[in-house]
Design a protein around this ligand. Structure first.
Ligand code: HSE
Length: 308
C-alpha cells in the first residue's frame, strides 16, 4: 500500500512576523510513502527533481533525511519503530530559496505515513512533530492548511494556529534568484539579543498587519510590512533587496516588499496588477547585480495539503 500527498510552497515571516506568520503559494511538492515489498530492505529514498534544477543533490537519502526523521517521530509517537519504508519526493518547489520546501516535504511525509498507519495522529500531533523537525511553525501551518496563517510554537511543543482570509485582490510575487541561501546561515547572522525599541516596533507592526489582513485594508498593510529584527541583519546576504525596497517605496498598488522566509527569495505584495506595472524596472535592478531572477506572480493557495 502507498499514499501520495501534495503540499504547497510557503512564504514565511511577511516582514514583522518572524517565526510566526506564513502563507501558502500554488507551487507543490509531492511525497509518496509506501511499505516496501521486500521485508528487510530498509529505507529507500528517491528524489525526483521535476524541473531538473539540480538543487536536490545535497539532500540526504538516508536516516538523516528530514522526511524520514519526521516519519520516525510519528512512529515513536504511536509507540512503534520504522522498519522498511520507501519515500519518493517529487520536487517542484525550489530548494534553499526561502519557499518552504523543507516544511512541504516534512508535512507530506507525515500526512502520508499517518494515512498509511490508519490515521493514529490528529492534526495537532502532526503540527507539533513537523515543527519539532523544522524548528519553527511559520511554514508548517500554511503548508498544512493553506491560506494565511499565524502559528506559535508553545513551550510544551504544541502549535497554536489561526487562519485568516486573505484579500483576493492582494497578489503575491516571488522573485526567486539563481543562488541558494541555507536557512542555517541566514539564522546565524541574527543577533542573540535585540533592542527593546526594535522588539516594540515589530510587535506593533505585526499587530497592525493582522488587522490589515482581517479588514482588507491596503493602506494599513503598507505601513505594516516592515521589520527590525531579522531583515536588517539578512539584507547583506540578499542581493538587490535594499535597492528593490527603495525603488518600490510609494509605488502605486505596491503594498510592500519583504524577504521570503530566510531568503534569498523576495516577496512583493501588490494590489491587482501593481507589480506588472513595475516589473521591467525590477528586472533591471537584478540585472545590475548579475542575478537571474525567476519572477512569478500568484494568488494565495487556500487549500493546503491534499491526499491524492
Ligand atoms: N522564520 C524562519 C526564518 C523561516 O526566518 O528563519 C525560514 O525557515
Amino acid at each position: 500500500m502507498k499514499v501520495s500527498v501534495k503540499v504547497p510552497a510557503t512564504t514565511a515571516n511577511l516582514g514583522p512576523g518572524f517565526d510566526c506568520l506564513g502563507l501558502a503559494l500554488p507551487l507543490y511538492n509531492e511525497v509518496t510513502v509506501e511499505e516496501t515489498v521486500m521485508p528487510g530492505s530498509g529505507i529507500e529514498i528517491n528524489i525526483i527533481d521535476e524541473n531538473e534544477t539540480y538543487d536536490i543533490l545535497s539532500i540526504p537519502k538516508d536516516k538523516n533525511n528530514i522526511v524520514y526523521k519526521a516519519i520516525e517521530l510519528l512512529y515513536n509517537f504511536i509507540g512503534q519503530s520504522v522498519n522498511d519504508i520507501k519515500i519518493t519526493i517529487k520536487t517542484n518547489i525550489p530548494v534553499t530559496r526561502g519557499l518552504g520546501s523543507s516544511a512541504s516535504v516534512i508535512i507530506g511525509g507525515l500526512v502520508a505515513a499517518n494515512e498509511l498507519l490508519g490515521r493514529p495522529a490528529d492534526n495537532a500531533a502532526l503540527l507539533s512533530i513537523a515543527s519539532e523537525v523544522e524548528g519553527h511553525p511559520d511554514n508548517i501551518a500554511p503548508a498544512m492548511f493553506g491560506g494565511f496563517c499565524l502559528a506559535s510554537l508553545e513551550e510544551d511543543g504544541s502549535v497554536t494556529y489561526s487562519k485568516i482570509d486573505w484579500p483576493c485582490d492582494w497578489k503575491l510575487t516571488v522573485l526567486i534568484p539563481d543562488y541558494e541561501l541555507d536557512t542555517r546561515i541566514a539564522r546565524s547572522v541574527l543577533p542573540e539579543k535585540i533592542k527593546i525599541q526594535d522588539a516594540a516596533y515589530n510587535i506593533r507592526k505585526c499587530a497592525m498587519l493582522i488587522d490589515a489582513v482581517y479588514r482588507k485594508d491596503s493602506e494599513l498593510m503598507k505601513k505594516s510590512l516592515k521589520d527590525r529584527i531579522h531583515q536588517p541583519y539578512r539584507e547583506g546576504l540578499i542581493k538587490g533587496f535594499k535597492e528593490l525596497n527603495e525603488f518600490l517605496e510609494n509605488k502605486d498598488d505596491i503594498l510592500g516588499c519583504v524577504i521570503s522566509g530566510a531568503g534569498p527569495t523576495i516577496l512583493v505584495i501588490s494590489k491587482n496588477d501593481g507589480f506588472e506595472k513595475v516589473q521591467n524596472d525590477v528586472k533591471k535592478i537584478f540585472e545590475d547585480f548579475n542575478v537571474n531572477c525567476d519572477i512569478r506572480t500568484f494568488n494565495i493557495e487556500n487549500e493546503g495539503t491534499k491526499i491524492l
